[in-house]
Design a protein around this ligand. Sequence first.
Ligand SMILES: [Zn+2]
Length: 79
Amino acid sequence: MLNCRDVAHEASDYLDQNLSWWRRLLFRLHLFVCAKCRKFVAHVHITRDFLRRRGPLRASDQEIEQVMQNVKPSAPDQS
Ligand SMILES: [Zn+2]
């Protein structure tokens, strides 16, 4: 049987159906008995769906420049 760490590492492969049938069965068995992992996998699923529907994030040149202006003063002195 898989442990919680295995489930955390293989959640994406499970959701993408990239696990072997045996591994998928073990994964489902763990989810059946472990509420924390069921919740974790559900959150991963929701987050992935949201990000896929939203599409790639793009920042304008102005937004990038604003971020860089805020980052530069806090960068360590290299002298
Ligand atoms: Zn678990």
